[in-house]
Write a protein that binds this ligand. Structure first.
Ligand code: HEM
Length: 416
């Protein structure tokens, strides 16, 4: 697009997919925020917001909806509809895509089964898993951090929480990939959408069997806690229960993988910060929050106003998509002094990597726990941890920011 005032090529959000901005989108976000902090993007057919104050204000404003609206099934091939329609309906009942009062009811029920105390009780198990993943690479002196560590860790944690037996884990991991693609929005081809929904249909069938088993032989896991909520009357029906199991997987896996990958990459590029954390493991909670701000796994989310809204001199029409760019808000100099500096001691770090307002990430305590244990253990057990290549590729996504592969080398793996 041509900028008529300056005569320069005008940058838009879609430019994030150009190789130079995929590697580092933050200069692009700065340009957008400085020149056009609220603009209508013809290509994305959406408003794009890059200022911290706007992002936070939209996310907590009840005039903006997260709802999907009625589920459309006309596009589905006739023969696949009986299988795909229930999958799509269950997805549409995820709390992420609901507004109050349905949202508050569902979130309250899932939150009861997903308390910070319950998450904290997982710490010893997360520590054991982290140690086992490092033990597995101890004789190699190298690993591909994403495949060997960042990918399996959150998948195993959430699978165990939901009570998936170890023998079903690999299938479960395939499903989590399907769901992650669904949340990536516009990037899906028609065939991929069909594959994804049919994966979700298989997942629902699997969980229906798990639920039936637990009704006769109760167990002590998150799925059982959700079943109890369902059995207390009509407050959580089976479709909602299943839809939200899908969400826990989809929202909790790829995002945490990206936090681990982006976080380690940032540390390796800032050796003095890495050393600081290595020498002061008690910094881990603050450090993880800074890594989340610095290179956020979820770069944007969206809302739609239910009626026309006048906003800082612009008019968002009812139903128009409004993209809140979390990754840009997290680098806004008005909110974060020296925003492009990685500062593991940064305080007053009110980043929006977990969103803001009523849909604030329900899994934030779990993601933070996993990252704290992972980074402190990695730095303690792997001396001379280094990048094995300068050629790091990012995923081609506007929504998620993650690294495809992160090969690293190390001197040895010290005992747990
Ligand atoms: C919501 C980010 C990990 C479960 C969200 C939202 C963001 C986010 C930005 C809000 C989306 C919106 O407002 O449209 C992240 C990041 C994670 C992470 C960056 C890891 C670093 C997890 C984990 C779980 C989880 C581990 C659970 C196992 C959820 C759920 C919601 C959510 C259930 C929906 C909450 C609602 O709609 O009320 N997450 N998430 N997330 N996240 Fe996370």
């Amino acid at each position: 697009m041509q900028d008529h005032q300056s005569g320069h090529q005008r940058l838009t959000l879609s430019d994030v997919q150009r190789p130079e901005y995929l590697a580092n989108p933050y200069p692009l976000y700065h340009r957008l925020r400085e020149h056009d902090p609220i603009y209508w993007d013809e290509e994305m057919h959406a408003w794009v917001l890059t200022r911290y104050t706007d992002v936070v204000a939209v996310l907590r404003d009840p005039r903006f909806s997260s709802a999907w609206g009625p589920v459309e099934t006309a596009w589905m091939p006739e023969d696949l509809r009986p299988q795909l329609e229930p999958a799509l309906r269950a997805v549409s009942r995820q709390m992420l895509f609901l507004d109050p009062p349905d949202h508050s009811r569902l979130r309250g029920l899932v939150a009861r089964a997903f308390t910070p105390r319950m998450v904290e009780s997982l710490r010893p198990r997360v520590q054991r898993l982290v140690d086992e993943l490092l033990d597995a690479v101890q004789d190699q002196g190298e690993m591909e951090f994403v495949a060997d560590f960042a990918y399996p860790l959150p998948a195993i944690v959430i699978a165990e929480m939901l009570g998936v037996p170890p023998e079903d884990r690999s299938q479960f991991i395939v499903w989590t990939q399907d769901f992650g693609r669904l949340l990536d929005g516009g990037n899906l081809s028609f065939e991929e959408l069909l594959t994804t929904l049919s994966g979700i249909a298989d997942f629902l069938a699997y969980f229906r069997r798990q639920i039936a088993q637990r009704r006769t032989a109760p167990r002590d896991d998150l799925l059982q806690a959700l079943i109890l909520a369902e059995e207390q009357g009509d407050r959580l029906n089976e479709e909602e229960l299943l839809g939200n199991c899908v969400l826990l997987l989809a929202a909790g896996h790829g995002t945490t993988t990206h936090l681990l990958g982006n976080g380690l990459y940032a540390l390796l590029q800032h050796p003095e910060q890495l050393q600081l954390l290595r020498e002061n493991p008690s910094l881990a909670p603050t450090a993880v929050m800074e890594l989340l701000r610095y290179d956020s796994p979820v770069q944007l989310t969206s809302r739609r106003p239910t009626a026309d809204v006048d906003w800082a001199g612009r008019r968002f029409k009812a139903g128009e998509e409004v993209l809140t760019v979390l990754g840009a808000a997290n680098r806004d100099p008005e909110q974060f002094p020296d925003p492009d500096r990685l500062d593991l001691r940064r305080t007053d770090n009110r980043h929006v990597a977990f969103g803001h307002g009523p849909h604030f990430c329900l899994g934030a305590p779990l993601a933070r726990l996993e990252a704290e244990v992972a980074f402190t253990t990695l730095l303690r057990r792997l001396p001379q941890l280094c990048l094995a290549t300068e050629q790091i590729e990012h995923l081609p996504s506007l929504v998620f920011r993650g690294i495809k592969a992160l090969p690293v080398t190390f001197a040895s793996v010290l005992p747990a």
